[in-house]
Design a binder for this molecule. Structure first.
Ligand code: OSB
Ligand code: MG
Length: 368
């Protein structure tokens, strides 16, 4: 496959409602959409680096810089026949995994389309439908949270994740648990606590949570191993896991019992598959995280989540949970049984609405 043209677009997407986490408030999501053209076919990917360096050090600007100056010049004009060949060209770049993952996603889409197979099929996915959940930001009161939860449950979501932060934790968790005794419920702290808060997490042990996501430092593995020894609820790492070696360290140290995979955070679908296979061999359950992607990125997430060891419902929600209008058609919808269909058409399996994409693009650059 000759890589003839690569287009980068900085997009700004207005969320349907503000998303409040321990990291701050998000009203709109900025990402990079990557388009690769070759031999009459088009591949699409999304880099989940955000406008701000609050979840990860990467931002739209750093990802753009690394892609444009160091990765794209290596692959433009080349004849690339498989993903491993492409990865070789960006190996010299250390870190910047969100930048790499967006480009890799576009290449996976392009190569799957060349083969005429779905991305799910090319990644080795077996499921035709995936179990999905929804991530709810911090609400002003427990009553507000109950209302939001009830509305999402009506739509079919199988599992609820709520964001927590110091001062906004146990009262929300306990209220929700009381109202919905059988609910599959988990919490995400986005690194807002320290080992001094161990009593808060001990108290959560009585709330029957599926997991506690990233309670401590955003790059920490060691302190999490200490916390996990003090509590029964499984810890799940998100921010701290950037690669297979990180996953291995965390599991061997006992820092977590569950891992959340986001292809952007770990550098792409290839690294995601390595972590998936390793966790399967260690009997560590995994689930697919989310970065408020547009339908372009979400389509790839759904394909990855169709692999067999994604046994817990993912943060992969319907288009309308995020945006009034998604960038793809058909938009993603959730069925009443809490599942989402895995696209079967070649590549990401959905079409990009160029007019809508144009409307949300704030800057565009073409490299050839
Ligand atoms: O920690 O999982 C997280 C969104 C942006 C950054 C970090 C996180 C999130 C989410 C959103 O929780 C999940 C989704 O995309 O549905
Ligand atoms: Mg998280």
């Amino acid at each position: 496959m000759k890589i003839e043209r690569i287009e980068l677009r900085h997009v700004k997407l207005k969320l349907v409602s503000p998303f409040v986490t321990s990291m701050g408030v998000e009203n709109e999501e900025e990402h990079i959409i990557i388009r690769i053209d070759g031999e009459g076919l088009t591949g699409w990917g999304e880099s989940v680096a955000e406008g701000t360096p609050f979840y990860s050090y990467e931002t739209v600007q750093t990802a753009w810089h690394v892609l444009r100056c160091f990765i794209i010049p290596e692959i433009i004009g080349k004849d690339i026949n498989n993903i491993n060949e492409a990865i070789k060209f960006s190996e010299r770049v250390r870190g910047h995994r969100m930048a790499k993952a967006g480009l890799e996603a576009a290449l996976w889409d392009l190569l799957a389309k060349q083969k005429g197979v779905s991305l799910s099929n090319m990644l080795g996915g077996l499921r035709r439908r995936i179990d999905v959940g929804v991530s709810i930001g911090i609400q002003t009161t427990p009553d507000e949270l109950k209302k939001k939860t009830e509305a999402y449950l009506k739509e079919g979501y199988k599992r609820i994740k709520i964001k927590i932060a110091p001062g906004n934790d146990l009262q929300f968790v306990k209220a929700l648990r009381k109202e919905f005794p059988g609910l599959l419920l988990q919490v995400d702290a986005n690194s807002a606590y320290t080992l001094d808060d161990v009593n808060i997490f001990r108290e959560m042990d009585s709330c029957n949570l599926l997991l506690i996501e990233q309670p401590l430092g955003y790059d920490d593995i060691y302190d999490h191993s200490k916390l996990q020894r003090e509590i029964k609820t499984p810890i799940c790492l998100d921010e701290s896991i950037h690669s297979l070696p990180d996953a291995r360290a965390a599991i061997e140290l006992g820092s977590c019992k569950i891992i959340n995979i986001k292809p952007g955070r770990v550098g792409g679908f290839t690294e995601s598959k390595l972590i998936h296979d390793y966790c399967l061999s260690k009997k560590i359950p995994i689930w697919h995280g989310g970065m408020l992607e547009s339908g372009i990125g979400r389509a790839g997430n759904i394909a990855l989540a169709s692999l067999s060891n994604f046994t817990l419902p993912g943060d992969i929600s319907a288009s309308k949970r995020y945006y009034k209008e998604d960038l793809v058609f058909p938009e993603f919808v959730i069925a009443q049984d809490g599942t989402m269909e895995v696209p079967v058409k070649p590549g990401i399996g959905v079409d990009v609405d160029i007019d809508k994409l144009d409307r949300v693009t704030v800057f565009k650059e073409v490299l050839r």
